[in-house]
Design a protein around this ligand. Structure first.
Ligand SMILES: [Zn+2]
Length: 217
């Protein structure tokens, strides 16, 4: 087992270019509330982006690109590839330690200020339905809550760098971020939700950008 050499910390903002829906699950549906609420910080009442959502989507996109997933569509668990090493795996033959830690991303101070100045709510309710093909009428209306476009969240990703790791995990994460900007975060991405952009990126306090990362998809 190699020794832990250092941590590398990526920080920055996640800007919502379109409304974001990361569901809170059915157990927290409020009485008389909407069908599909978003996750919120119970202390502040503001929505947040769980680290698990960022991690899961980024891993999924990287696995699609590298064709690293199980026949059933589950995450790669070979225990041997860069994706397993970086994101973690439960393969009993692997003694590797997960390299990347995604923190929950909370609403930025700027966004909180903007909301209070403009007297806006952080989320909106959107009614969606399916359309009857023959009559053109709406069927099964459901209300979905989404975080409004234009808000930004502060995020942090920490990388554990072990001896001999080099930049492998860092490059994979940068590529994952680049793919995530092209794809979507959260639910209903094919219907316009969840387009995001990373901004003000810093690696250990120094500016960097995602331009020129591999990942030509
Ligand atoms: Zn693997």
């Amino acid at each position: 087992m190699n020794k832990l050499e250092k941590f590398q910390i990526i920080t920055g903002g996640i800007v919502l270019l379109t409304g974001l829906h990361i569901g809170a699950g059915k157990e927290v549906v409020e009485i008389g509330g909407i069908d599909n609420p978003v996750v919120k910080n119970p202390l502040t009442g503001f929505p947040y982006i769980p680290g698990s959502s960022l991690k899961g989507k980024m891993r999924c996109l990287l696995e699609l690109k590298e064709k690293k997933y199980t026949d059933k569509g589950g995450p790669c668990n070979c225990g041997n590839c860069d994706i397993c090493r970086t994101f973690g795996n439960t393969n009993k033959d692997s003694k590797d330690i997960t390299r990347v830690l995604f923190r929950d991303a909370f609403l930025s101070d700027d966004s909180v200020k903007k909301l209070s100045e403009k007297e806006l709510l952080s989320t909106e309710e959107k009614t969606e339905n399916t359309v009857d093909r023959l009559t053109g009428t709406a069927l099964h209306p459901r209300t979905t809550e989404r975080v409004i476009a234009g808000l930004a969240f502060d995020f942090e990703i920490a990388l554990r760098v072990f001896e001999n790791d080099g930049d492998t995990c860092l490059n994979l994460i940068k590529e994952g971020m680049s793919l995530l900007e092209k794809d979507t975060l959260g639910g209903s991405g094919s219907r316009g939700y969840g387009k995001i952009e990373f901004k003000s990126l810093k690696l250990d306090g120094k500016d960097f950008s995602l331009n020129g990362e591999r990942g030509q998809v």
